[in-house]
Design a protein around this ligand. Structure first.
Ligand code: DP6
Length: 357
């Protein structure tokens, strides 16, 4: 049990408490792929916090006459009851109960919505778990004293127990999760903000190309599991940590020529792990590769510093500095959108993290 976030003495309330928080998604540059219990990453990861791909969550805490054994909750998503979301949330509440034991004294009504297109294939577990954790810690702060700094770390800590990458959606512009010797205060149990970066990266753009909006064939959860018996696992974890060491000075100095190859290697190595798992699988689609080739050709012929990354799916994140947004926008419209489902994409940029709304 992580002592820093053990439950504090709590002043229970008989009042209904109501709160609303929003949290953004994030895009990893150094990828988390492989974990051990209890949700501890096998290498450190690093991401840009986003701005537009957001989950907004409203929670009502209603005092119960008698406490229950497990957490009592309801979940509505985009106006509808979502029984299919219950198993994941039940698992989440079981994980966090030792850290928020007061929850059994309340009925917890959760209402949530995303600002990005429904079933777009954009991962929503990071933004949704971070938004929910923000509501839960806000409630805890009403019942006990918790410092502003501990509050943010605890949100990240709880969010991580729901979904590993959610730990990195709390603050901006970048967050690192996982103990790493180049980041003195880094931890396996929560993410820390990485703020000492060049201004070039604090308003970086990420256009998410919706290549395939269908349900993924293999979940991230299964993908992480397959890393346990993976022939290249040890080398992969070592390499991701080495990439993080390498990218930190690049982020500080604003060296785009150094940034691009590390980011693209990370994306391709992540997918190489999938292709060499047992059983093996491929999440990229033919259009994912078409887009990558177009980006390489455009970069070569124009010298414009645009690159790509991928998460666990077929969609492509096109990354570029704000200074070249105009010409990259023209390139995306004319050359990349034909490879997207219904020419759909989401324009996003680096952001600041959770917010009360
Ligand atoms: C490829 O955080 O979705 O996006 O911890 O099982 O919920 P769980 O997995 P999840 O995995 C994210 C994997 C990734 C890389 C990353 O975001 O670092």
């Amino acid at each position: 049990m992580e002592q820093r976030f053990a439950a504090q003495s709590i002043q229970q309330t008989t009042d209904v408490f109501h709160t609303r928080w929003q949290a953004p998604s994030n895009i990893a540059l150094i990828k988390y792929w492989g974990k051990k219990a209890p949700q501890i990453p096998l290498n450190a990861s690093l991401s840009f916090t986003l701005s537009n791909a957001i989950t907004q969550t409203e929670v009502r805490f209603l005092p119960l006459k008698t406490p229950t054994k497990t957490v009592t909750f309801s979940i509505r998503f985009e106006g509808e009851e979502k029984p299919e979301f219950r198993p994941k949330l039940e698992g989440f509440f079981t994980q966090i109960l030792p850290y928020q034991p007061f929850l059994i004294h309340y009925q917890i009504d959760i209402t949530s919505q995303n600002t990005f297109p429904h079933s777009s294939g954009i991962a929503s577990s990071a933004s949704s778990m971070a938004a929910l954790a923000a509501c839960l810690v806000d409630f805890e702060a009403q019942l006990s004293s918790i410092s502003a700094e501990d509050r943010l770390s605890k949100i990240s800590f709880l969010a991580r127990l729901g979904s590993g990458s959610a730990s990195r959606s709390v603050q901006g512009p970048m967050m690192a999760w996982g103990k790493h010797n180049a980041l003195a205060t880094s931890a396996d149990e929560w993410a820390i903000p990485v703020t000492d970066i060049h201004p070039l990266f604090t308003d970086f753009c990420d256009t998410i190309l919706l290549i395939d909006k269908g349900q993924k064939q293999v979940s991230s959860t299964l993908g992480h599991k397959l890393m346990h018996k993976h022939s290249y696992a040890a080398q992969r974890f070592e390499q991701a940590n080495a990439h993080l060491t390498e990218v930190l000075p690049i982020l500080r100095s604003g060296d785009l020529d150094g940034f691009i190859p590390i980011v693209e290697k990370e994306a391709l190595h992540l997918h190489a792990m999938m292709m060499t798992s047992d059983p093996y699988f491929i999440l990229m689609k033919p259009n994912t590769l078409q887009v990558i080739e177009c980006i390489w050709a455009y970069r070569k012929s124009t010298g414009v510093p645009v690159c790509f990354t991928l998460d666990a799916g077929a969609n492509v994140h096109v990354l570029y500095p704000k200074a070249v947004a105009k010409e990259v926008g023209v390139f995306i419209n004319s050359e990349l959108l034909p490879f997207c489902e219904n020419r759909q994409c989401v324009h996003d940029y680096v952001g600041t993290g959770i917010k009360k709304y």
